[in-house]
Write a protein that binds this ligand. Structure first.
Ligand SMILES: Nc1ncnc2c1ncn2[C@@H]1O[C@H](COP(=O)(O)OP(=O)(O)OP(=O)(O)O)[C@@H](O)[C@H]1O
Length: 225
């Protein structure tokens, strides 16, 4: 065992004839934040989708805790998907507008067969508190929350799956600058408390420098440094 949480080896992802990711390799340890930086269209989000196995790569390997994911069937992937959770850019768009916050946070527990009617509500309360939200928010719907609060709900939902790795694709880019620092501090605290690994996509150099342990620069689907 290498001890890496995530290893990506010679990853290639194509959209038709266009190669979006062209031989990308990197590794990430537990508790580490690795940033992917580079101009728009260089392949950052596609790399993230391939790590999440939401886009199956055309070539290369994605190893999570030493297990190669690309060869696994959907059925074999299911228990591992839980451990690799995404947080996307659009805080409102990633929450179902009709669902109350409690249902959104409880959803992973229910889908994964881990919902216990006796202890579930307290678990939801604990998750909301963990991301800095008052438990009374459980009864609200997304339109009653600010962008920063919605992003905290998205993080609580990710934590409900007890992940080891978060794939954070521009998690604060859509937020008001005044609330970005709060969400980044929350993410840093969670990483340090839970020993999570972060694959962090962000085009804000100041944020990347402050938040990431290491930065990989991409251009035209390749790593440049
Ligand atoms: N679903 C898709 N179908 C076809 N081409 C795509 C698709 N998604 C992305 N691409 C192309 O793949 C390349 C890499 O895109 P990707 O979104 O991964 O880059 P990015 O670095 O994340 O960009 P951004 O910072 O703008 O999100 C681009 O040329 C893009 O146009």
């Amino acid at each position: 065992m290498s001890g890496y949480l995530l290893e990506v080896r010679d990853l290639v992802v194509r959209y038709g004839a266009a190669t979006a990711v062209d031989g990308v390799s990197f590794a990430l340890s537990p508790g580490e934040t690795l940033a992917l930086d580079g101009p728009s269209g260089c392949g950052k989000s596609t790399t993230a989708l391939a790590v999440l196995q939401l886009r199956r790569p055309d070539a290369g390997e994605v190893l999570f805790e030493g297990r190669e994911l690309t060869a696994l069937s959907e059925r074999e992937l299911r228990p591992l998907r839980r451990r690799v959770q995404p947080v996307f850019q659009d805080p409102y768009g990633s929450l179902s507008p009709r669902h109350r916050i409690r249902d959104t946070v409880a959803e992973p527990l229910k889908v994964q067969g881990r919902w216990n009617p006796d202890t579930g509500p307290a678990k939801v309360t604990e998750l909301l508190e963990r991301v800095g939200l008052d438990p009374s928010y459980a009864a609200r719907r997304p339109h009653e929350l600010s962008g920063g609060q919605c992003q905290r709900v998205g993080i609580a939902r990710a934590l409900a799956s007890e992940p080891r790795l978060l794939v954070l694709d521009e998690p604060v880019s859509a937020l008001d600058p005044s609330v970005r620092a709060g969400v980044l501090n929350l993410l840093a605290d969670l990483r340090d408390e839970l020993g999570l690994g972060y694959l962090f996509i962000c085009h804000d150099r100041a944020v990347v420098r402050h938040f990431a342990d290491r930065v990989i620069e991409m251009r035209d689907g390749r790593i440049t440094s």
